[in-house]
Ligand binder design. Structure first.
Ligand code: F6P
Ligand code: MG
Length: 473
């Protein structure tokens, strides 16, 4: 069920796969080692400490194997059904080594392998080795969190206004609604520019610059393909047809600021009645550093519930001294919280985890790998896939010609699948489709774009984005 187009592989020195395996993954494992070490130092439980030391040994061994290009060893059985899938795939690939393996599978394996060390323990079972990093980064997103909260608070009354109340003609009102949809989706799109697996090369200051409204305006020209109009028409059509239940699904990517903007999008869709339900799909194990776990959903709600306590912690010795929150900050962030709590309480905002999202393969396998999940997604009006990894999984992380239509590159989830798909993705990997002829060449020719090195460097940093839609019904 995979695409016949060959996937990107760590053996290709011109690809971001190679650079990831050589430079980024060791840094990520080292970060995990440091984190466990810190927790051990703070622990007074001897058994937990002993187990922690064992986990450290595992992580050190993993880093050694990676850096010495050893073969990938089977995932140890921690009772989950995906162990056999990972191990069968390793075997089918001929038990490859770290620098000669498809990028997508090996990167998924990396996180699955790390999680096994924790899941096989007694005291660290639900430990998220990236939690500290996620919370710190969300804290540093405070200016953008506030900016967006106050924008959203101003917006809500307009969302429920009838054309007569606004003094606009029906056509003007409709145009304004369309623009609003576009704006909310673009906020949600650029929220993806700042995932933590790329933090190896971005500072907190860089991140803050990427998050504000001004940055978003400046970045509009960097959206290389934009199908938002089609997604809007889909939702509007269902609403105008008087369909009672209209669901939007969001296959989540990163926690922190990105989850915050996803929740704002969800709240916007519900308030504007473009959807009656929003289903969020988190990951089941610590994944690509910053991806959302169910516990992150709980954490963000508690941060928004007590913004002063979260954004200006008194008991965190590492945090920089912070300016107390203004009344306006507290009011506006609390407003977002109250909206979310209301949607949640009314059963309109749901969280639905599934192990499929942390399998090692692409989404081309969805219809055969998990029929139930596939059927569930068919019941949705629109399934929004956030972020780079989800896009790589949709397209099989394959070496497509960049002018290949998105509808073709997503294979079994394309037209006829019964699933309406929209990808909101900032480009942080080589794969890209749906571009106009000549655009890739033009971007490569720009400064830092890769030139004639054979590398598609312009697509690695999150500066550019694609918004792609496929009508599956
Ligand atoms: O390209 C860097 C990278 O870490 C990829 O390995 C991965 O696909 C992606 O970024 C993660 O980004 P996102 O959080 O947007 O999926
Ligand atoms: Mg991510």
């Amino acid at each position: 069920h995979d695409t016949k187009t060959p996937p990107y592989a760590t053996s290709d020195k011109t690809s971001f796969a190679y650079i990831s395996a050589r430079d980024r993954w060791p840094v990520i494992i080292t970060g995990a080692i440091d984190d466990v070490h810190r927790t051990i130092m703070a622990s007074e439980d001897a058994e937990k400490t002993a187990e922690g030391k064992k986990i450290l040994e595992d992580l050190v061994a993993l880093k050694y194997e990676l850096q010495h290009d050893r073969k990938l060893s089977p995932i140890r059985d921690d009772g989950q059904s995906d162990v056999v899938l990972y191990n069968n795939e390793l075997e089918a690939l001929g038990t490859p080594s770290w620098f000669n393996i498809p990028w997508l599978f090996s990167e998924c394996y990396l996180y699955r392998r790390m999680s096994t060390s924790f899941s096989l323990s007694e005291h660290w079972k639900s430990y998220d080795v990236f939690a500290r990093q996620k919370a710190d980064t969300f804290r540093s997103s405070r200016p953008a969190v506030y900016e967006l909260a106050s924008h959203f608070k101003d917006l809500v009354p307009k969302l429920t206004a009838k054309p007569d109340d606004t003094g606009k003609t029906a056509a003007e009102h409709e145009e304004a609604q369309k623009l609003l949809f576009k704006e909310m989706c673009e906020i949600c799109l650029w929220g993806n520019a700042t995932d933590l697996s790329l933090l190896t090369s971005l500072s907190y200051e860089d991140i803050q610059k990427l998050q504000g409204a001004e940055a978003r305006k400046a970045s509009e020209k960097n959206i290389l393909a934009n199908d938002l109009q089609q997604a809007y028409e889909t939702l509007k059509k269902a609403r105008d047809a008087g369909q009672k239940e209209r669901r939007v699904d969001i296959v989540l990517d990163n926690s922190g600021f990105e989850l915050y903007v996803d929740l704002i999008l969800a709240s916007y869709l519900l308030t504007s009645n473009l959807a009656t339900h929003v289903v969020l799909h988190p990951k089941s194990i610590p994944w690509f550093v910053s991806d959302v776990l169910p516990s992150d959903f709980a954490s963000i709600l508690s941060a928004l519930a007590s913004p002063a306590r979260f954004f200006t912690p008194e008991d965190d010795e590492d945090a920089k001294p912070s300016v107390p929150l203004s009344n306006a900050e507290v009011t506006d962030i609390s407003f977002v919280f109250s909206q979310l709590v209301q949607h949640h309480a009314e059963g309109q905002l749901l969280l639905r985890p599934n192990r499929f999202w942390t399998h090692g393969g692409s989404f081309w396998r969805l219809p055969s790998a998990d029929k139930e999940l596939y059927e569930d997604l068919k019941a949705s009006e629109l399934v929004i896939f956030k972020g780079d990894l989800n896009y790589r999984k949709l397209t099989g992380d394959a070496m497509w010609d960049p002018t290949t239509p998105f509808t073709e590159a997503i294979g079994p989830l394309g037209p006829g699948s019964g699933v309406n798909v929209m990808a909101l993705r900032t480009c942080k990997a080589d794969v890209v489709v749906g571009l106009a002829p000549g655009l890739d060449e033009e971007l490569r020719a720009r400064e830092g774009g890769g030139g004639d090195s054979g590398s598609r460097k312009w697509a690695w940093s999150g500066k550019y984005a694609v918004v792609s839609y496929s009508g599956g019904k």
